[in-house]
Design a protein around this ligand. Structure first.
Ligand code: SIN
Length: 292
């Protein structure tokens, strides 16, 4: 099936046009989509004006790998969707809509700092497929940055400073500040030590694996040195020149590879509804660039 590709920014993101993904796709089309996603889009791909129910979204997602599970939330933080009658552990609603005062989805309100999905898990999900059902009139944009370019743009001094090192990734549903690991023992939250630079399993390129929300501590450095180095790295991971900002329309399906991109969300008015459905592809333990 023929489709056309259009770059979304100079560094990251490709849009696919003239393709209805609710219909069955042949193997050649899937292989061309995969190439566009991984190479033209550097891991971020957009398809607009799609009409997808949950099963159609899952079927499209399954063309790219095994559907992934969820890390789960602590019982006190579980939104209503975790307990609803049609709860399905592999589907996630990202939504600020509330019923009886409780959100029906996760990551409900406002700003969300840059992160790699599930980098705090031993085997993070490889990719996320987010489908827009309802969007606010203003804000709630999702921004993506290219982590191959972030690594390549580092000066040699910073590449040498992180070579061979691991970073502690941790998360506890807080969206716009880092967890205070002086106040909460790390054992009480989802966490994993990960390489600071990974080898991408498909493109075989190096990608930076640190982010402002979930990266906490560089192994072997004092807290002050670790904080200072991470701050320096964020100037590269979040640089405007490697970024694409997506303004959502209902019917958009955006898919991103969590090994070579980070994403964040801009603030949006609390009174406006935002409803997205997320399905993921499972992943393997992350391979350090220097172990390849
Ligand atoms: C996510 O990080 O999966 C959610 C992104 C968004 O709500 O735009």
């Amino acid at each position: 099936m023929a489709f056309s590709t259009h770059k979304l920014s100079a560094s990251i993101g490709v849009e696919i046009r003239r393709l209805d993904i609710a219909r069955p796709l042949d193997a050649a089309t899937v292989s061309n989509l995969r190439r566009a996603w991984q190479y033209d889009g550097a891991g971020v791909m957009l398809l607009r004006d799609q009409r997808l129910d949950r099963d159609q979204q899952r079927a499209f997602c399954a063309l790219f790998g095994t559907i992934g599970g969820r890390a789960g939330a602590l019982p006190t933080r579980r939104p209503r969707a975790f307990e609803g009658p049609d709860y399905n552990s592999e589907d996630m609603l990202v939504s600020n809509i509330r019923v009886d005062g409780r959100p029906i989805g996760v990551l409900p309100d406002g700003e969300l700092w840059f992160h790699h999905d599930m980098c705090y898990a031993a085997a993070p999900n490889r990719a996320s497929f987010l489908y827009a059902l309802e969007v606010p009139n203003v804000g709630g944009d999702t921004m993506f940055c290219n982590m191959y370019a972030a690594y390549e743009n580092l000066p040699q001094r910073l590449k040498a400073a992180i070579e061979g090192r691991r970073v502690l990734q941790a998360f506890d549903e807080i969206q716009d500040r880092r967890l205070d690991l002086h106040a909460i023992p790390v054992e009480d939250v989802k966490h994993a030590w990960q390489p600071m630079v990974l080898l991408h399993p498909e493109t075989r390129r190096r990608a930076l694996y640190v982010n402002r929300l979930m990266s906490h501590r560089i192994e072997g450095l004092s807290e002050a040195d670790s904080d200072a180095l991470l701050e320096e790295l964020y100037d590269y991971t979040e640089a405007p020149g490697i970024r694409y900002t997506h303004q959502w329309r209902p019917g958009d399906l955006l898919m991103w590879d969590n090994l070579c991109s980070i994403h964040a969300r801009t603030d949006f008015p609390a009174g406006e509804r935002r409803l997205m459905r997320r399905v993921t592809i499972a992943g393997e333990p992350v391979v350090a660039a220097w172990n390849a």
